[in-house]
Design a protein around this ligand. Sequence first.
Ligand SMILES: NC(=O)c1ccc[n+]([C@@H]2O[C@H](COP(=O)([O-])OP(=O)(O)OC[C@H]3O[C@@H](n4cnc5c(N)ncnc54)[C@H](OP(=O)(O)O)[C@@H]3O)[C@@H](O)[C@H]2O)c1
Length: 323
Amino acid sequence: MVQVPSIKLSSGYDMPQVGFGLWKVDNAIAAKTVYEAIKAGYRLFDGACDYGNEVECGQGVAQAIKEGIVTREELFIVSKLWNTFHDGERVEPIVKKQLADWGVDYFDLYLIHFPVALEYVDPSVRYPPGWHYEGDEIRPSKATIQETWTAFESLVAKGHARSIGISNFQAQLIYDLLRYAKIRPATLQIEHHPYLVQQELLNLAKREGIAVTAYSSFGPASFLEFNMSHASKLTPLIEDDGIKAIAAKYNKDASQVLLRWATQRGLAIIPKSTRVSLMVSNLSSVEFDLSEKDIATISALDRGIRFNQPSNYFPTELLWIFG
Ligand SMILES: NC(=O)c1ccc[n+]([C@@H]2O[C@H](COP(=O)([O-])OP(=O)(O)OC[C@H]3O[C@@H](n4cnc5c(N)ncnc54)[C@H](OP(=O)(O)O)[C@@H]3O)[C@@H](O)[C@H]2O)c1
């Protein structure tokens, strides 16, 4: 079994440095995928209301626990608050629903998915609610991040979440949040790959003691299915000649080099693969070290290109988050 290092969070809890991402894992295979990933050695699962598969993911966890493969305590289950539940009084009820969906009584880490508050949609009307209120309409709510974060702090007090954190936040909002936070965010989850390094944001997080989790570590790979022209025009990172040459030097796969580039620089990673052989390959990316020179070569591929942004899903004049 791969020995996965852990990261000490400001909450005092240890978080595995390599976890498994659950976005776009089809409902039909989610239970089996989570179960197989646990058997492969994954202990951290990165879920979200928005992924629409928390019930099935919980079933995979339940099966693994029932068979004695892991205990709940050995797992690190992450989930996220969707944008339509930012109003303070909406937070606890939806966390309780998400916990029930997973079949667990606490989350190890609960994140604000996006710094965007949208009008409440009752789960009986539509779940997960998605970005649109009705038709093409994007309808904001008046909740501030402070209101949402205060509700997050109550989740810790009530034992619903052990650690709390943020995702897709940029510098200004993090500085603001740190002014009033009684509990500081334990983690910041961001898009991070050699085409989008965001070194200044990483520096900020480091200085403030916030662990960073990288998502979409393979860059455009995860976004090709959205027919995004800037994803399909770029060379896939795992086919980049420079990455392939480094991989050959270490007798590793290009995918493992991309993942190790992140973990060796102190970030956590949450790659997703539905293929068991790739699950194992991704997890075992921690078992070798890149030279500082190779790390710098990979970092120099930075182009500031972001793939996960609202313009994938609706016109930018309706909502803009980054920058
Ligand atoms: N906070 C946020 O807003 C946010 C946004 C995006 C993602 N995330 C989280 O981050 C996780 C990971 O990001 P992601 O799902 O966008 O993308 P990813 O892990 O970078 O890439 C997934 C894609 O790469 C393929 N793949 C995985 N391992 C591979 C390997 N070793 N070699 C070749 N191809 C491989 C997968 O294919 P197969 O599945 O077919 O094997 C899938 O198409 C998500 O699942 C989610 O939990 C969070």
